[in-house]
Design a protein around this ligand. Structure first.
Ligand code: FE2
Ligand code: FE2
Length: 164
């Protein structure tokens, strides 16, 4: 969107794309959390259940904002991939979270450009949770948290922050 003028209509359109990604995340986390098998995935399976609940909250927040902008919230999720391999499922989730994070960073800037500061704040709160999801998935895959050009939290910081 760099250099492109943002309008309220365009913002609503982009928020509908975000909403379709949230639906995708809900479906993926509902299914993956139940079908992940194996002792090494027990911890992440529990985390995926928690993600599912949080993605539903995000979808509700976005729907409210799209309605506020005078548009109809979408009813169509982005497609969800399936695999019988645990690592594939975690990989799909991680890729989706990465894309989601990049989008919400743009969305915050766009909300602010339109003077929608309360909306920007709500998306910022969603973004914090998406970054937690990203860290959970990268950790389960034994990988470093992808650097998307913004903040990356060292695992030690997260371990202190999260009580389980
Ligand atoms: Fe989300
Ligand atoms: Fe997420």
């Amino acid at each position: 969107m760099a250099g492109q003028e943002i309008t309220r209509d365009k913002l609503a359109e982009l928020l509908n794309e975000d909403l379709a990604r949230e639906y995708q995340a809900i479906i993926a986390y509902v299914v993956y959390s139940q079908v992940l098998k194996g002792a090494e995935y027990m911890n992440i399976a529990d985390q995926l259940v928690e993600h599912a609940h949080q993605e539903l909250e995000h979808a509700l927040t976005l729907s409210r904002q799209i309605d506020y902008l005078g548009k109809m919230p979408t009813v169509t999720p982005k497609p969800v991939k399936v695999s019988d391999k645990a690592r594939d499922m975690l990989r799909f989730d991680l890729n989706n979270e990465n894309e989601t994070i990049i989008n919400y960073r743009d969305r915050i800037r766009q909300c602010e450009a339109l003077g929608e500061f309360a909306m920007a704040e709500q998306i910022r709160e969603i973004l914090v949770q998406e970054q937690d999801h990203q860290i959970d998935l990268a950790t389960a895959l034994g990988e470093d948290v992808p650097n998307l050009g913004g903040r990356t939290a060292p695992r030690a910081v997260r371990a202190k922050k999260k009580k389980r």
